[in-house]
Design a protein around this ligand. Structure first.
Ligand code: GLN
Length: 309
């Protein structure tokens, strides 16, 4: 039977937000079920983080307010967020940012969402920079959101950084993050395809980066959050995923100071190929560092000794 247009059902629909109030706990439970059905990982955590944002509360406060009823505006907003998340839009896009090394970073669809494993790269980099004298100069190759450039200039108070990206939209996001963290004076933004746009004669003490490393053929196999919402430009590393590593192995040394280093994140199973690319160009591979799942993820290489400058 169809009740649409029925005066009673219209009245009920109008009044329902005032009569049927859902509580915080019910909202979390229903949203969790919905997100689980849609294949979202850590559905409950996602639901809680979205609701915390809707209610402008720290997530843990939700636990003290399980019985609180949501206002209809809050329910509407939550419904919208949960629907977007159910369509596999990344949580970070819906929230508009993410935490990286304890710093809030603005994130939009124009940049790769910063990942926890890149925090390991950041820490290795700032520890190295803090051991250097003077004002070390860093190149952030493919800065994206600027998470590395901003974090390094924050954690290493003497360093300066060139944040390079081929995407003007990414540079814009990185600049906003630098402004928010008050480090614009120590970061030079450089719109450049690979290393072509750098000022000749610059010598960096460190090149860091998380270049695109997914092989073109594997892009369709990535999670929807990555495949549909991270910029392809930040993911696609060519036929074998190694285009940028091959390029950097060949061209980065001439931009590095003596005893300069390169620290690069890479993808699953690429360790051997990257080591041989680097060693083939006389780089000294000093370390390969695992990520939180104990998979090799970051290579630390020292500049070849004999390089034509
Ligand atoms: N880590 C991304 C992924 O989830 C890839 C990022 C990159 O290509 N650098 O596949």
């Amino acid at each position: 039977m169809n009740f649409e247009g029925n005066p009673l059902s219209t009245l009920l629909a109008t009044l329902s937000p005032y009569i049927v109030r859902v509580t915080v706990l019910e909202t979390i439970q229903r949203s969790t079920e919905y997100l689980t059905r849609k294949g979202v990982e850590s559905a409950r955590l996602n639901a809680e983080l979205l609701l915390a944002r809707v209610l402008s509360l720290p997530r843990m406060r939700l636990y003290l307010e399980f019985e609180r009823s949501l206002a209809s505006k809050e329910t509407d907003l939550m419904r919208e967020y949960v629907k977007r998340r159910g369509q596999r839009e990344p949580l970070q896009h819906i929230l508009g940012g993410t935490n990286f090394c304890g710093l809030e970073m603005l994130v939009t669809a124009r940049v790769l969402v910063p990942r926890p494993e890149t925090e390991i790269l950041a820490e290795l980099a700032w520890q190295f920079l803090n051991r250097l004298p003077g004002e070390p100069l860093v190149l952030d190759y493919g800065t994206g959101s600027g998470c590395l450039a901003v974090t390094l200039t924050r954690k290493s108070s003497r360093c300066r950084c060139v944040a390079l990206d081929v995407s003007p939209e990414a540079i814009e996001v990185a600049r906003k993050n630098a402004e928010a963290h008050l480090v614009t004076e120590r970061i030079t933004f450089c719109l450049s395809d690979r290393l072509a746009g750098l000022s000749p004669g610059t010598r960096f003490n460190l090149l860091v980066g998380n270049p695109p490393y997914v092989s073109s053929g594997e892009i369709p196999l990535l999670d929807p959050e990555v495949r549909q919402f991270d910029p392809l430009l930040a993911l696609d590393g060519g036929a074998d995923g190694l285009d940028h590593y091959r390029y950097l192995a060949e061209h980065a040394a001439e931009w590095l100071a003596d005893s300069g280093k390169m620290m690069l994140e890479f993808g699953d199973g690429q360790q051997d190929a990257i080591r041989s690319l680097l060693e083939g160009q006389n780089w000294i591979v000093e370390a390969v560092v695992n990520d939180y799942s104990q998979r090799p993820r970051i290579v630390v290489a020292r500049r070849p000794v004999s390089v034509q400058k």
